[in-house]
Design a protein around this ligand. Structure first.
Ligand code: SF4
Ligand code: SF4
Length: 315
């Protein structure tokens, strides 16, 4: 496993970051014991970096997995806090539920632009003070926006950027893949730590996992890549890919046999844009939310490209 320093910070992370949304109640909803085993397998195979968020409700899994090795693991979490008090609550919740006295990286979740950052100024003030006191090692943002990456460049205090990035540009709200690449390059050169998310476009690029991962790995301006993993087999698969090793055939077979399904995330706005593009007639709106008829869905992933909210995943 390759390791590098996240920009100008002193935080050293593995190239593969464990994306923990996939094990959480919002997605595969693994039992705590199973989730802890999957995370520990990744740690045992050289991954030292885990990404979570208050939204994912999975701190208890991570608490179990870091027991006895806290100092060897880099934890990155995030919240939507706007106010000083909200930020304080978010940090205290993370410290308490993860059973730790510091968080390596604390970020504001899903920032869009300078405008949204201004709206979070009280929370930013709190997080900077918490960093000065040693409760946080570095402060950052996550974003699906090219403008979000550019906005972070204007804040010296934003040390880490967690942008969405994949070869198809899935989930980038305000630009193309090359727009995002240019913004990431600028941020990397300015000393920001960059760890990207969604190399498989929320499961929509599963038909070409190796090509999709290679595409992101080949970008020299990214320190680490968060990949969602929900089974021991997926951990073995991804660590082999990142180590440049051959993935064992039995692992490939086991993963290819996994039953997948379409997931429409809870933040669906019910706009209906996806419904009209499904040639199978598998999507419909019910109670202001898109729903899928699994009998009709062929998991082509075509609808996901038409969802500006990036709600549609294949898990
Ligand atoms: S396009 Fe996205 S937000 Fe709109 S209805 Fe479909 S899933 Fe929901
Ligand atoms: S994945 Fe394909 S078949 Fe399934 S709902 Fe989306 S567009 Fe329709």
């Amino acid at each position: 496993m390759e390791y590098s320093k996240l920009g100008n910070t002193d935080i050293v992370v593995s190239k593969l970051c464990f994306g923990s949304l996939t094990i959480s109640p919002l997605q595969s909803n693994l039992g705590i014991k199973d989730g802890v085993c999957v995370i520990k397998e990744a740690f045992d195979r050289g991954v030292n970096f885990i990404d979570t968020a208050e939204l994912y409700e999975n701190y208890s899994y991570i608490r179990g997995a870091i027991k006895g090795r806290r100092s060897k693991v880099i934890i990155s979490t995030k919240s939507y806090a706007y106010s000083y008090e909200g930020a304080k609550n978010s940090l205290e919740k993370a410290l308490r539920e993860l059973n730790t006295d510091y968080i390596d990286i604390f970020s504001l979740h899903e920032q869009e632009s300078e405008h949204t950052l201004r709206g979070h100024s009280e929370a930013i003030e709190y997080f900077i003070k918490a960093r000065d006191k040693g409760y946080i090692r570095a402060f950052g943002i996550s974003t699906h926006y090219v403008d979000g990456v550019k906005a972070a460049l204007k804040y010296n205090d934003i040390q880490i950027i967690h942008p969405i990035y994949n070869k198809a540009g899935l989930g980038i709200v305000d630009g193309s893949v090359s727009d995002m690449e240019n913004a990431i390059k600028e941020a990397y050169e300015a000393g920001k730590g960059i760890y990207s998310m969604k190399p498989l476009g929320g499961g929509n690029l599963l038909k070409d996992v190796e090509g999709s991962i290679a595409y992101v790995l080949n970008n020299p301006n990214i320190h680490s890549i968060a990949v969602g993993m929900q089974s021991i087999e997926e951990v073995i698969y991804n660590t082999a890919l990142f180590d440049g090793k051959e993935v064992p055939e039995y692992i490939k077979t086991s993963i290819s046999k996994k039953e997948r399904r379409l997931l429409i995330d809870f933040w669906c706005q019910g706009c209906g844009s996806c419904v009209h593009v499904c040639q199978q007639g598998a999507l419909y709106i019910n109670n202001n939310r898109a729903e899928v008829d699994a009998e009709k869905c062929v998991l082509c992933g075509y609808c996901s490209r038409h969802c500006k909210e990036f709600c549609i995943k294949i898990i």
